[in-house]
Design a protein around this ligand. Structure first.
Ligand SMILES: [Zn+2]
Length: 117
């Protein structure tokens, strides 16, 4: 079974983001909600190349009630994890409109589907 390998879920509010995401770091996140039995349902996956706290706050919306996050050791690690999360949790069935994009100027490839060949 696919796992996000992230901390959470936490309530998706600015104050909660500041409470738990305390390091300025590249990272990954998932947005969604929890079912009555506590299962976290992933609806959107994303990453930040430099500050996952700021990226989460830029995504604040009433559409999602919970988030999970993890820090990444590098922007490339964040990109590759985002790709795995995207494919593991439904690809185009997620609210993500497109496959994760690599940073401008990089030639990194998706480790799952090689979409950028
Ligand atoms: Zn891919």
């Amino acid at each position: 079974m696919a796992t996000l390998e992230m901390e959470g879920p936490y309530i998706f509010t600015s104050s909660e983001i500041d409470r738990v995401v305390t390091i300025t770091s590249p990272g990954n996140y998932a947005l969604g909600y929890t079912k009555d039995d506590g299962t976290f349902i992933v609806r959107y996956v994303g990453r930040s190349d430099g500050d996952v706290n700021r990226e989460l706050k830029a995504r604040l919306t009433n559409k999602y009630s919970k988030f999970k996050y993890s820090y990444a050791t590098s922007p490339k690690a964040a990109f590759e994890k985002e790709c795995h999360n995207y494919h593991d949790f439904g690809g185009s069935a997620l609210d993500n409109q497109m496959h994760p994009s690599r940073p401008a100027g990089s030639n990194w490839k998706c480790p799952v589907c090689d979409i950028f060949d």
